[in-house]
Design a binder for this molecule. Structure first.
Ligand code: ADP
Length: 214
């Protein structure tokens, strides 16, 4: 099954993507994580990405598209994948469609988490306080000021991606302010409605039940 998780920063995409990846036995592809790895590698590209990410802006489309294209060429994606944090612009969405079409495959569904901005700001403050309390590391882009930029970027550049997928009939939206389990149930219901998954399917069965065979 090939899925995209959409939603503003802090909406819980990563949490849900991890759960569904395990459940469906397919890899979770987080562009944020992939880019952070590139930054950690210390390459020239990583250095460029580091500054952009610390400001809360978007890494250029061509860079991210090539990272994702390489990743979805790996054999572990043969049965599908969950993209988390990509596409973040309509240009990226179009590039993904083109890439998949070139391989004769397509997306099965796009799962959107809807959360209002005030709630997101509260969440991110909570996340930073929690990390500080536990002595964990706080992401540089998780401070309220940069977070505001990330929200603005989301509104301007990523929100139109929702429209793009709605027009393709692929979009299912769930209220991201519910408990983690309730969001998971909501997303499961979206997939069930799209005939991609039956509610209550056992984990081992889930990956084989799809509109398309993978
Ligand atoms: P979040 O979803 O919480 O905003 P991510 O870990 O997905 O965080 O992304 C962190 C940063 O990585 C983004 O703010 C952006 O700078 C960069 N990034 C991640 N995915 C993309 C993408 N698809 N296009 C451009 N930049 C991206």
């Amino acid at each position: 099954m090939r899925l995209v998780m959409l939603g503003p920063p802090g909406a819980g995409k990563g949490t849900q993507a991890t759960k569904f990846a395990t459940r469906l036995g397919i890899p979770q592809l987080s562009t944020g994580d992939m880019l952070r790895e590139t930054v950690a590698s210390g390459s020239a590209l990583g250095l460029r990405a580091k500054h952009i990410m610390e400001r809360g802006e978007l890494v250029p489309d061509d860079v991210v598209v090539s990272v994702v294209t390489n990743r979805i060429s790996q054999p572990d994606t043969a049965n599908g994948f969950i993209l988390d944090g990509f596409p973040r612009t309509v240009t990226q969405a179009e590039a993904l469609d083109q890439e998949l079409a070139g391989r004769g495959i397509e997306l099965d569904a796009v799962l959107e988490l809807e959360v209002n901005e005030d709630a997101l700001l509260d969440r991110i403050r909570g996340r930073a306080e929690e990390a500080a309390k536990n002595g964990g590391c706080i992401r540089k882009d998780d401070n309220p000021e940069v977070f505001r930029t990330r929200l603005e970027v989301y509104r301007a550049q990523t929100a139109p991606v929702t429209k793009y997928y709605r027009a393709q009939g692929l979009l299912g939206t769930v209220d991201g302010l519910q408990s983690i389990d309730a969001v998971t149930a909501g997303l499961t219901a979206v997939l069930a409605k799209a005939a991609l998954l039956r509610i209550g399917d056992k984990i081992s069965d889930a990956s084989s039940i799809g509109k398309h065979s993978s």
